[in-house]
Design a protein around this ligand. Structure first.
Ligand code: PLP
Length: 365
């Protein structure tokens, strides 16, 4: 009997064979591209997975919160980039952490530089650059970008670490060709700015870029020294639609069971709602709207042609057809990073054997 048959649901399943393959493949890509790999651990928030990434050759890790940073630092991870614009009310926490590990910070404003300088600490600071995603970051064509770097480089306390961008707009592309163009444009913008700074006599140790689609599909990354993909450890339905991976590469799924069946309404209810899957609507280029796909056969990586989540409330998921109560379904989430952040632990599996539980460090303070 499969270990999964008796597992209480909803359960977050981590397919270790697939995750290990994904980790090895991205490490191989980084070697081919001639860049360092600094995976974003916000995807998994898991020490064991972080160690597998370091064992595969990662130069350090990227975090999205100081809570993640502290959890990984306490476990011996000693080179961390907090790839988020510095939160002014947490500068003292940064100083405390920077006394214990190499902590790399990111800024895009004079106000943040002021706050860091006031601490007197020798922070390593990168400039966040907007390469077309238009979320955070400075406009690379704005002379203010160079002025901000000049200020950091001339600071009596801070150390200029380099440039950092995130090609999140790769998630707006409709084709793999478009993703390749986004990746190439990100590299061109970043290496162009790095060259201008070098021309002005400023040393630029790091040029850090990336997103899973861009890092998976880019043909080359001239001028870049480091990539920071995160999602690639698990992939998800979104990445399948983008053509970044196949269903056979997806390493994270939610095991749910049908708790109510309504043939009169043409649906059934599963115990995986928004607090198990998140409410990420997935890509607009998906063949049809979905809140989560299901596997027809997990070992064959075959997705069901007609069974999917059509809506989610807090704990209820509505499946697209009636199924007998007790039926178990393996759900492929739209967005694995948000799904993992819904759970406290992974149930780690190889095939249908349960290996154990790995903690998800999703605490927030
Ligand atoms: C700043 C930053 N860097 C890297 C990443 C990793 O991107 P992905 O999850 O596409 O691999 C993210 C993801 O949101 C990010 O915000």
């Amino acid at each position: 009997m499969s270990d999964l048959e008796a597992l209480p649901t909803p359960a977050l399943l981590l397919d270790l064979d697939r995750a290990e393959r994904n980790i090895e493949r991205m490490a191989g890509r980084a070697r081919e591209l001639g860049v360092a790999l600094r995976p974003h651990v916000k995807t998994h928030k898991c020490l064991e997975l972080g160690r597998l990434q370091l064992d595969a050759g990662a130069a350090g890790i990227t975090v999205s919160t100081l809570d993640e940073a502290r959890a990984f630092a306490a476990a011996g991870f000693d080179d961390l980039t907090w790839a988020f614009p510095v939160i002014l009310s947490r500068v003292d926490e940064c100083r405390e952490l920077a006394e214990r590990v190499t902590l790399r910070l990111v800024v895009d404003s004079d106000v943040a530089v002021d706050a860091l300088e006031r601490t007197g600490a020798a922070f390593r600071v990168s400039l966040k650059v907007d390469c077309g995603y238009h979320r955070a970051g400075v406009d690379p064509g704005d002379p203010a970008a160079v002025r901000l770097v000049e200020r950091i480089a001339a600071s009596p306390t801070l150390r200029f670490d380099g440039l950092l961008s995130h090609s999140g707009h790769a998630y707006k592309c409709e084709t793999t060709e478009e993703i390749r163009r986004v990746a190439a444009a990100e590299c061109a913008v970043m290496s162009g700015l790095a060259d201008r700074l070098r021309g002005a006599g400023i040393e630029v140790p790091t040029v850090s870029v990336g997103s899973t689609p861009a890092c998976t599909l880019a043909d080359e990354m001239p001028g870049v020294t480091e990539i920071r993909p995160g999602n690639y450890v698990f992939f998800d339905y979104m990445q399948v639609v983008y053509g970044t991976c196949s269903a056979a590469d997806t390493a994270l799924s939610v095991l749910g069971s049908v708790v109510s069946s309504r043939p009169d309404l043409g649906h059934s209810v599963v115990d995986a709602g928004a607090l198990a899957l998140s409410r990420d609507p997935g890509p607009s280029s998906a063949p049809r709207p979905t809140m989560g796909e299901t596997f027809e056969s997990y070992p064959a990586a075959e997705l069901s042609p007609d069974l999917r989540l059509v809506s989610l409330s807090q704990e209820h998921g509505i499946l697209s057809r009636p199924l007998p109560v007790g039926t178990r379904v393996r759900i492929l989430p739209n967005h694995s990073c948000l799904t993992a952040a819904c759970f406290d632990e992974y149930r780690v599996v190889r095939g249908d054997r349960l290996l154990g539980r790995w903690r998800i460090h999703r605490q927030r303070s």
